[in-house]
Design a protein around this ligand. Structure first.
Ligand code: SF4
Length: 271
């Protein structure tokens, strides 16, 4: 198989599970999103519209409009196919619909009141294509969520608890954003970091945790070597399944598990 393009998310999936990659990108099986994914995507879409408005007009959208956009985004996602997963499965469909809408509205409001006022957007959802070269023989394609004039490259996450202290330092996604920024702008970003929008599941407490980091040329070299290994693996059609005890190899975290020949499907007996 000859590969011409690769994205950071493809490299990430291949690193987690080759079989998952094969089913998604070779067989073309696209799974319906889980509600937890819908929560992240709808919050992301609402925040993005607010920041685009700021980029174009200099001001943020009114809060009422942000909440309305959040609710509409969830309604649109739930009008399509989706999977009732994770904690949402336990409460049932009707309650899950209300839960996810409340969560997206509160997380989008948190972003609009605490993060968006600080933002000085220079580019939003910037697609970057790095052409093939001696360094990587295929086109690397990625999308940088936000380039901020003073805070640099940012990625916003939604979560139900505080992140690990080293989440930004270990983020492969930020490494690729740094590389894409250098390729596009011919310079490193002014800053690099994650902004976590957190809403606790039981009490609905809201907070923002921001983490700053940076990348060296050696960090980028590691990413490029991993990308080359991914290209060789795909072109050789070698797709190793995840280890059986990998956290992602489960019905909860892998949508292919119920039909995967490499999935154990039942716990080991205890003695
Ligand atoms: S069930 Fe496990 S081996 Fe199968 S695709 Fe999912 S993660 Fe990979």
């Amino acid at each position: 198989m000859k590969l011409t393009r690769i994205s950071p998310s493809q490299i990430g999936m291949l690193g987690k599970c080759g079989e998952q990659y094969r089913r998604r990108y070779v067989e073309g099986e696209i799974l319906a999103p889980g509600i937890a994914q819908i929560r992240g995507r709808s919050t992301h879409a609402t925040n993005e519209k607010n920041l685009i408005h700021k980029l174009e007009t200099g001001v943020l959208l009114p809060l009422d409009e942000v909440r309305q956009l959040a609710a509409e985004s969830v309604d649109a996602a739930l009008a399509g196919e989706f999977v009732l997963d994770g904690d949402y499965e336990e409460v049932g469909l009707t309650a899950a619909r209300g839960m996810v809408k409340d969560e997206v509205i509160s997380l989008s409001t948190l972003h609009a009141t605490q993060l968006a006022p600080l933002a000085e957007p220079e580019a939003i959802e910037l697609k970057v294509e790095v052409p093939p070269s001696d360094v990587l023989p295929v086109t690397l394609v990625g999308v940088i969520d936000l380039i901020d004039r003073s805070r640099g490259v940012r990625d916003t996450k939604t979560a139900q608890k505080s992140p690990n202290a080293d989440a930004a330092h270990n983020s492969d996604q930020l490494t690729t954003y740094d590389l894409l920024h250098r390729a596009h702008k011919k310079s490193p970003p002014a800053g690099l970091g994650l902004d976590h929008l957190i809403r606790t599941p039981k009490k609905g407490e809201l907070r923002v945790v921001s983490q700053e980091t940076s990348r060296t040329i050696e960090d980028l070299g590691v990413f490029v070597r991993r990308a080359n290994a991914a290209v060789r693996s795909i072109e050789s059609e070698v797709f190793l399944p995840a280890p059986q005890d990998h956290w992602a190899c489960s019905l909860k975290w892998c949508g292919f598990a119920s039909t995967c020949p490499y999935f154990r499907g039942r716990p080991r007996p205890t003695t």
